[in-house]
Design a protein around this ligand. Sequence first.
Ligand code: PCA
Length: 328
Amino acid sequence: MPCLRSLRLAVAVASLTGLASAAQAADWNLATPYGDASFHTVNTKQFADDVREATDGELDITVHSGGSLISHGEIKPSVRRGTVQAGEIFLSILSNESPVFELDTLPGLAGSYDEAWALWQASKPVIEELFAEQGMKPLYAVPWPSQGIYTDIALDDPAQFEGLRVRAPNINTQRLTENLGGLPTETEESDIPTAFSTGRVDAMITSVSTGESMAAWDYVSHFTDANLWIPKNIIFVNQKAFDRLDQASQDALLEAAAQAEQRGWEASKADMAGSAQALEENGITISEPVDAVAKALSEAGDTLFQDWESRADDRAKALIEEYRSNIE
Ligand code: PCA
């Protein structure tokens, strides 16, 4: 009965293959600190949907927004351990790990989206290396609109920074605040309303996007469009979880990531315009820094830059050279 035998064999092989592909199907979790109102989260959820569709549901990524699964500071350690497979963070919260993670929060370096893109292209290989050393793989990065200063008074004199309690999202924003004579407090985006309502802060440095998502008009009246820098979020995965995917799913994930990156940069530009309009409609006055404030910001920025140079290794400094030669 050779025929029956081979048929049995064929059935066995087919069911084994079936089992193997069922075992490759993966349910992933992706943790982000940012809420559903953020264009970043909209983009990240679209990325997850695209991956699900491109893999016919074989790779199903659930996005946990607003820090609901893991707090911001714990996201990278959790992806590193593999407790969650993927995460999104504000890249510059890693600045104590390497001066390379500070590059997108250095004043005067990249002041437009084109320059921010060139800076990302220059720094990406080293950022990938730094993540790889910890068993992780960056997928894509998306910028926030440029950072400015929210106050409850018109900012027309640098002396107003003296003793001003400023909410800051990362270390360089804290340093800049100190250089201006202010008192920085690091606060997560989601804690901004509480920080203002409990009187912990008088002012904040962030983008028009976060100002809109956090209803800045409830606490402040002015936005000084200082264009300090254009910082990014980074989306990354646990390398072992990535390696466990079959080739088709890996390819689909990387393709969806490339699209998410492009879409995210465009979304950031669109959100910059839309959020500025929303702020104004809700009564916030938006203006460029007056000369005296611009001068103080530029001096405080220079000090910040010099501090960075004194901390930075040759590799980090070389990235700045490469970036500068690319934009010339
Ligand atoms: N919004 C985030 C990061 C930078 C930004 O524009 C925040 O303020 O926390």
